[in-house]
Design a binder for this molecule. Structure first.
Ligand code: HEC
Length: 153
């Protein structure tokens, strides 16, 4: 796939994500404060913890970040997948409570702490090339700004 195609696809997803975020805000009234933990900062310590969490809880289905998935029908977290098309706040919530319309992915609330989910997100992000991570960070940032402006937090 060319860089150009990726760019166009990314823009499309970016706008869809922003629109979905606004719709979600109107529906929920917004809640976050300005001390947001998103976008998740990728630190060495988080990546180390996240790698453990990932290999014991996620790899059986999702496989290695940039490798093939381990089971059919499971989305890849690598650049060929679409995890990076979503903002950190949404990924965080989906890991805790299951993605929208999940058929197979179990919720991890009660099993993983918030810090462990943040660490696993940092680990997933650490597997992406810099340009992909920068774009996904920008989108995560946009979602946070939207929430803070609308929520007045
Ligand atoms: C039993 C297999 C299984 C396990 C274990 C599992 N997942 Fe999933 N995951 C899935 C499937 C399948 C989907 C697609 C939604 C569905 O049909 O449930 C998914 C979707 C997702 C998504 C949203 C889609 C995307 O990539 O944008 C994220 C994020 C995700 N998983 C992260 C994780 C993380 C992190 C863990 C470990 C803490 C994990 N999953 C453990 C099977 C699994």
């Amino acid at each position: 796939m060319t860089v150009m195609n990726r760019e166009i696809r990314f823009r499309r997803y970016l706008w869809v994500s922003v629109i979905l975020a606004v719709v979600a805000l109107v529906a929920c009234g917004g809640s976050a404060g300005s001390d947001s933990q998103f976008p998740v900062d990728v630190t060495d310590q988080r990546v180390a913890v996240g790698e453990q969490v990932y290999s014991s809880n996620c790899a059986t289905c999702h496989g290695e970040i940039q490798g093939p998935v381990a089971l059919p029908g499971v989305p890849s977290h690598g650049e060929d997948g679409h995890t990076w098309h979503h903002a950190d706040r949404h990924l965080f919530g989906w890991i805790l409570d299951g993605p929208p319309l999940a058929q197979m992915m179990p919720p991890f609330r009660g099993k993983l702490s918030d810090d462990e989910v943040i660490a696993v997100l940092a680990y997933i992000k650490s597997g992406w090339a810099d340009d992909i991570r920068d774009r996904q960070n920008q989108m995560s940032q946009l979602v946070e700004q939207q929430i803070i402006e609308d929520g007045g937090g």
